[in-house]
Design a protein around this ligand. Sequence first.
Ligand SMILES: O=P(O)(O)OC[C@H]1O[C@H](O[C@H]2O[C@H](CO)[C@@H](O)[C@H](O)[C@H]2O)[C@H](O)[C@@H](O)[C@@H]1O
Length: 637
Amino acid sequence: MTKQNVVVQEAVTMAVPPAPAVANSSPMFPYPPPRAPPGYAIRKKLLKQLEIGTGINSGRISAWVESMRASSPTHDDGRTSWMLEHPSALSMFEEIAKMSKGKQIVMFLDYDGTLSPIVDDPECAFMSDAVRLDPLPTPTVPSINRLLLCSPPCTRHYRPCLFPSMREQPANPSFMRDAVRDVAKYFPTAIVSGRCRDKVYSFVQLAELYYAGSHGMDIKGPDTIRGPKCIQNNESALYQPASEFIPMIDEVYKALLKKTKSIPGAKVENNKFCLSVHFRCVDEKRWNGLAEQVKSVLREYPKLCLTAGRKVLEIRPTIKWDKGKALEFLLESLGLANCNDVLPVYIGDDRTDEDAFKVPPPPLLHGPWPCSEVTPTPGGTPTIPTSNRALDVIIFARSCGRGDKASASSCRRSRRTQTPPTLCRSPPRQAPSTVLFSFELSAASPPPPPPPSSSSSSSSMEDLSLSSCLLWGLWGLCPPRVGPSGPPDGASCGPRTTRYCSCLSVPFSHVSFMHSLSPSQERKNMKSFNGVMVTAGEGVPAAPRGVEEGKPKGVNSSTKIENSNVPQPKRRQTYGYEWGVKRLQQDEARGVYLYPPTYQRRRKRDLEKETYVNFLFNVPPHVSLHGNDAAQYGRIK
Ligand SMILES: O=P(O)(O)OC[C@H]1O[C@H](O[C@H]2O[C@H](CO)[C@@H](O)[C@H](O)[C@H]2O)[C@H](O)[C@@H](O)[C@@H]1O
């Protein structure tokens, strides 16, 4: 862990409300818990509905409940295909290690569902030892084979082959903690949770981490940090942007306790700057009633708003602060904002984590399977394999830290010579310039392409590094081989080079992640490139064989275009990666087509069938992308 001299510019100490607690706990939780019907596919629609309303008064109760239900689908809903599309970060270990070389990784970890399994009783969400492996179906990517084939499926032992020290690592309650501790030795590491900070600290128990509790509204640095403005009594840095809400939150907490006490299984959790009303152990038939009660209390508090999570409604101040802001703030505080050599990595599983995924440019990592829920096991112990992806990433980061120790420590050394970082109130104006990458790679891909030719010249596509390829996506650039018409200007390849292209056909296996560009990049690219349509179905010229319209599925809301000036379709849908892979399997479709927005203006009638996303290519240099008809569709950046 980098020990930063974090100081407090403006710190506020407030009394912690007496013992943040889960109340109304019914002595017996119904088990198995109420199961939600498959609802993931409707999540987007519900989100849309919820976004229309600005507060509790404008949101329909049934929409809130449905949204919450959709956030908590049962274990099997789409999990297999999700796993297929999101193999372990470790499967790309070498590539990613290469990309992160010389960069300062900063780890951000969500708690519930990421480091801990989802359980009925929020008081018992201890750090996970359930490192259960999932049988990944037919991996075809060589590195995945290498990593996973020797892993017995569904074992409680960690996969044994990559790191000798982990060979046959037995299930161990502190395994996740050890892994996090180890990562924190090398990289600044923060836990970002909806929980009360004290509570999450009591679960994690690692003093060397940063903790951002209450959805980032309560940030504290490690106990060891010192600085001129640190709070005298504990010498810790503290930032609480919503401190004036504590009395109100406390009042609402009491009101909610009263209102909900007659509803069996209902629990209200005081997270200091926000509250959670738990539905998990409430009979689903009573969910609407409970939500009504919540709403009736909140009517009196227009300064509070409601969000839906995993079988939980969360009440928080309407201030513009969330996990994304906390991430930006921490980077700033660490003196790592606006640094090209910083690689923030965020792992989270819930909707509130999407705020962090949206920070431009997004720190990246997909979390573990986002929606798995309690899986009853024959022995009656609920175990949830949510954490294996998180652990993969942690292990990856740890290995990067070990492997690249020299560079990490030199990075730390150079940071020590800089102006001491400040834990200050204002969030950074500009996001750090981060190389984005994804840990996802479809296992259900076409056969791996041949290895790159060793005779490639330095100006050729083959010589571009993976990160350069990623930058094509990031900068909206096209590779030099853009099909029959080719780039009209014949410009040389590489990041920041203007390219001309119309649409690209990208093999599914290599479209690794879709996300928004940062506002500054968007501004820069606005006129010529802002968002790419992944289109499918009728009306699309030369649509890839087998590609049809699919149902939106499994796509993180970070796929939405933010701040876009591109006219948006009335009904915006996202066709997920999951859909793509499905079609790939069924119809041997070769990929998706990515279109610049100019295409949108041409084919208005197709708008409803098209999806607008920005994207990040994860295209190995030796994979050719095909574009067509540059003149027709205009210039991309
Ligand atoms: O941001 P997070 O760290 O993910 O916290 C979000 C909420 O997590 C907790 O609730 C969730 O986990 C519980 C324990 O597994 C589970 O019973 C509940 O249904 C989930 O919603 C926590 O209790 C909440 O206060 C957090 O807001």
